[in-house]
Design a protein around this ligand. Structure first.
Ligand SMILES: O=C(O)CCC(=O)C(=O)O
Ligand SMILES: [Fe+2]
Length: 343
């Protein structure tokens, strides 16, 4: 894996679960000025409730500061103590993929492929630029979930995908990156995203963060409205059995919520929804069963080097291992940021 770099965004986009609010923290003064009134209107009225919020923010900032080291430690421990149930699911094979998806990829890699041509083959949704297509075969979804459940029940350490999910698994820590997610992104997804999202990094994706999210009756039920730390996101419904729990989409991040009308999009097992990371969305509550989804936040360093999608500013980078947050310090990248040709 090549070295990439991390933009310090430790104080941006912190999610306050009780108030369903994303906040930015620079100092207590700034925070009071920016959020005290909003928090009050959401029920955070006493000074002790406010102190509790500050405590949670500080804990989250600390977690982020130590994240890379802790994650590497967890990955090493998992490798040492965890024995997979289904070894084969860690290595992507074409037989895992739905034939309809393979047809789409085949079309996209043909010399005369165009966005219009692809749009004729792919299902479009009521929401602009959200696409739905089958990704995996049923048998693979079943084996994959069994593997995830086996891991969940093991003593191995578990890192959570992000502040919004209390359940779920980071796939890089479990060993899925090199042999599964990277080839899935490079060989199969990139041809589609290059045609569909060339204006927002889809033709130069070069890293990802992949994880599974889990919703169950006594665990998390839904996911608040948010944008992803990604240029393009693939969200595949893996199963098991559940009712409700559709996705909903609003507008792009820049559009105020008051001007946004959210639209529900169906999500069936084995199917993937492809969307822009900055397209705001959330997941409605399930009403029964267990829902597992594979989420791949795909990143294009050429896009994010110019403007960090989380804080909306030009990033300041520090060195880091692995894919990290998907930025690069390579001067070639900055000099070619203006042109990102189709590959
Ligand atoms: O639960 C879902 O399907 C949505 C997950 C999601 O949007 C995310 O993790 O970024
Ligand atoms: Fe998301």
């Amino acid at each position: 894996m090549r070295d990439v770099n991390r933009h310090i965004t430790v104080s941006d986009n912190i999610f306050l679960e009780e108030y369903k609010l994303h906040v930015r923290f620079v100092s207590e003064n700034q925070f009071r000025k920016d959020y005290q009134n909003i928090l009050r209107s959401l029920g955070c009225v006493s000074e002790s409730q406010f102190r509790d919020v500050l405590g949670k923010i500080h804990a989250e900032i600390e977690r982020r500061q130590h994240y890379a080291l802790k994650s590497a430690e967890r990955a090493a421990t998992i490798k040492e103590i965890y024995t997979p149930l289904h070894q084969h699911v860690y290595y992507l094979q074409e037989s895992f993929l739905d034939p309809e998806f393979l047809q789409l990829v085949k079309y996209c890699t043909s010399t005369d492929a165009t966005m219009e041509g692809l749009m004729n083959l792919i299902q479009t949704e009521a929401v602009p630029r959200v696409f739905r297509f089958p990704v995996f075969r049923k048998e693979f979804c079943k084996d994959f979930i069994e593997e995830l459940e086996h891991f969940e029940q093991s003593d191995a350490p578990k890192g959570r995908p992000n502040t919004m999910n209390n359940y779920g698994i980071l796939l890089n820590e479990l060993g899925f990156d090199e042999s599964f997610i990277t080839p899935l992104r490079e060989v199969y997804l990139h041809p589609l995203t290059a045609l569909l999202y060339s204006d927002c990094g889809g033709s130069c994706l070069d890293s990802h963060k992949a994880f599974v999210v889990k919703y169950a009756m006594r665990e998390d039920l839904d996911l608040s409205y948010h944008y992803d730390n990604a240029e393009v996101t693939l969200n595949v419904s893996l199963g098991k059995d559940f009712t409700e729990g559709n996705l909903f989409f609003g507008d792009m991040r820049q559009v105020p919520l008051s001007e946004t009308e959210c639209v529900e999009v169906k999500h069936h097992v084995t199917e993937g929804l492809l969307h822009r990371g900055q397209h705001m969305h959330g997941a409605l509550p399930i009403s029964s069963g267990t829902r597992w989804n594979l989420i791949i936040w795909m990143r294009a360093s050429r896009e994010r080097n110019k403007l960090c999608p989380m804080c909306g500013k030009r990033p300041t980078l520090v060195e880091s291992d692995g894919f990290s947050d998907g930025f690069t310090m390579d001067p070639d990248d900055t000099s070619s940021t203006l042109s990102c040709s189709l590959t």
